[in-house]
Each structure stands twice: as C-alpha cells, then as structure tokens.
Design a protein around this ligand. Structure first.
Ligand code: IDP
Ligand code: MG
Length: 139
C-alpha cells in the first residue's frame, strides 16, 4: 500500500523569485497537510549528499552549485497516496514537458532550476525527510 507522506523542497529559483507563498497555496489546495516546514540553505557538501544518486550524471556539479546558491524551503507533506499525487502536482522534470497547470509548468525556469523537488518513492520520502527534519519538528 502506498504511504501517506512525501518530502518536498521549494528550490532556490522559486524562493528567490518570491513564489514560495503561491506554491504553498497550490500544495494546500491540492489537499496536502504540512507536517514540517522551514526556510534554510544547503552547503555545497550537503547538496552533494542530497543528490548523491546523480553523482555520475553530467549535470551533477551544476546541480550542487545551484541547490546551494540560495535559500530553500523543505517540507514534509501528508495525504493519501502522497508520493504519486505530489509528483503529478509538480509535473515533469523539464518544465517544457510538464503538464499545464502543474507547479513546474507555472514556476520553473529551466530543467535545472525547476522550482520544486518531490520524492520518487516512499522509501526516499523517509530518507529525505530525515535529512532535514528531526522527529520533534513534525506536527
Ligand atoms: P526530479 O527532480 O524530477 O525527480 P531527477 O532526474 O531526480 O528529477 O533530477 C534531480 C534534479 O536534477 C532535477 O529536479 C533538476 O533540478 C536536475 N536535473 C535533472 N536532469 C537535468 C538535466 O538534464 N540538466 C540539468 N539539470 C537536471
Ligand atoms: Mg528525482
């Protein structure tokens, strides 16, 4: 059975453009409950750890630089079928391929600066949530 929590972060391009509030509004209106939320920044080392699965990809170095270039807003979200429903809400990695009305179609600047992250499995949602939040920060 699919789990009921996922992890997201609003990325530096969207935070810097002043779209944090608009994106959170879309997330809540889609039926997700915010379990944890903060504004923080990743060092290059921590960004590299978060995206370690992409270490061999040609875009890894740029991705680490970009993800540590400004504040981000990580969140834990709750809803039935959270991981899949949230990936549908954010749209495809490349905003040119993202369905109309999705968060990436509306707010992403490029395939790299694509506004928002969404976990790709229940297992990664747990790992990524633990990367940013202690149990005491979840409500
Ligand atoms: P996802 O965020 O939709 O799950 P992943 O393939 O897991 O996409 O890639 C992680 C992140 O790496 C993307 O969200 C994007 O910021 C960046 N990225 C992915 N593919 C490319 C690319 O081809 N060029 C530049 N950046 C990329
Ligand atoms: Mg991914």
């Amino acid at each position: 059975m699919a789990g009921n929590r996922t992890f997201t972060m609003i990325k530096p391009d969207a935070v810097g453009a002043g779209n944090t509030g608009a994106i959170i509004k879309m997330i809540e209106e889609a039926g997700f409950r915010i379990v944890a939320l903060k504004k923080t920044m990743l060092t290059p080392e921590r960004a590299g750890q978060f995206y370690a699965v992409h270490k061999e990809r040609p875009f890894y170095g740029d991705l680490v630089k970009y993800m540590s270039s400004g504040p981000i807003v990580p969140m834990i979200l709750e809803k039935a079928n959270a991981v899949e429903d949230f990936r549908n809400l954010i749209g495809a990695t490349d905003p040119k391929k993202a369905a109309p009305g999705t968060i990436r179609a509306l707010f992403a600047k490029s395939i790299e600066a694509n506004a928002i992250h969404g976990s790709d499995s229940d297992e990664n949602a747990v790992i990524e949530s633990n990367f940013f939040f202690s149990e005491l920060e979840r409500f």
